[in-house]
Design a protein around this ligand. Sequence first.
Ligand SMILES: Nc1nc2c(ncn2[C@@H]2O[C@H](COP(=O)(O)OP(=O)(O)OP(=O)(O)O)[C@@H](O)[C@H]2O)c(=O)[nH]1
Length: 416
Amino acid sequence: MGRFTQHSLVRRLTRLNLAVMAGALALSFLLTQAWVFLLARQRQQEATEAAAGVMAQNVAPMLAFEDSRAAQALLDELVSRRGADLMAVTVQDRAGRVYAQWQRTRAPAHPSWLPGFGQSYERRMPVMVQGERLGELVWVESLQGLERVMLRIWLGSLALFGATGALAIAALRAVQRRALSPLIALTDLTEQVAQSQDYSLRAPVVRQDEVGRLAGRVNEMLGRIEAWHADLRAQLEHEQRAGHELHRLAHRDHLTGLPNRLSFDLELERHVVHVQQGGYELGLMFIDLDHFKAINDVLGHDAGDEVLVEVTQRMHHSLRVSDTLFRLGGDEFALLIAPLGSEPSMEHLAERLIQAVGEPLSIRGRVMPLGASVGGAIAPRHGRDAATLLRCADAAMYEAKAAGKHCFRMARHDND
Ligand SMILES: Nc1nc2c(ncn2[C@@H]2O[C@H](COP(=O)(O)OP(=O)(O)OP(=O)(O)O)[C@@H](O)[C@H]2O)c(=O)[nH]1
């Protein structure tokens, strides 16, 4: 049966159908056989009655003339004509005395196996002459011949019922498998969808019966789920994009495209943790532009914005991949150097930045003075936590401003 056996509904239906069919077959077999037996028995009794009646008529003159020899000869002749089922025939006179008799001497071949019917059938017929009762004829016949016939009929019928039953079972299984195959296909499909989450799958609609309609509805639902799933996926992608954009807006300075103060705070904290774990040295620079306000005041805010973008690009060209430049706000920038190679390398980098920013700046046809004051601090030497490090770098930057701007100052106090 292969795949067919895996489906318990199919197995259960087949078992139920087979049980009902076997019960119906057995019941019809029993009823048919009982009916056949009753008919045959009635037929035998009718034949016995007719034969006993004829015999009673034939023996009547002999009883009237008291010719018992003739009566006995008649009985013997009768016996030679009757079959083996005749057990005894007795002619009695008026007083019930035996006048002539024939009786089978041998016992029945086997005990009767038909329950409730006994072994023999007895019929008494009055012997009448001109309306006067001269005696009685007692006819006894065995039912064993009938039993033998019935046994043959039963065995034959049983074989026929068995053969037709086996054919019916095979046919029932084939029909059931064919009738239930759309249901099995539908079950397989739902399992496949549940496992693969592939909602583009569809059930075949073979016929427009209940299962066909069910398959149609399932297909409709799958179609809806597929559309809903696609919507959901599109919505998710949209929200992911919006989330990325929000993240970018929250962490980037929209003017220069540099990471902003929030990013700076997070990155500084992250690096400080590594520094505390003895991972590496971290360099921090605060960069504040000199005379930037003048550009705003003379050329306007937009020109100031252009200068901020230009300055960012200039500084960028001086950096390595391990250096991260942030715009903290206004004309303030910060630089994280992780890992820091050495203090002199940090000083050289600061000089390069100052030089890059201080290059002549021509904006809207005017050359404007611009420079940068830079303060530096190193972790863990000047501070093991972000706040101390910030304070040190800020103080160093103000020292650079105080020293005439356009220069670099390293934080003074070592943490050690
Ligand atoms: N164009 C522009 N200007 C800004 C922006 N944010 C802040 N500012 C201006 O930048 C200027 C910064 O002020 P200061 O640092 O005191 O000016 P400064 O001339 O650089 O002073 P020193 O640092 O002493 O040299 C202020 O005039 C702010 O209004 C911005 O996004 N765009």
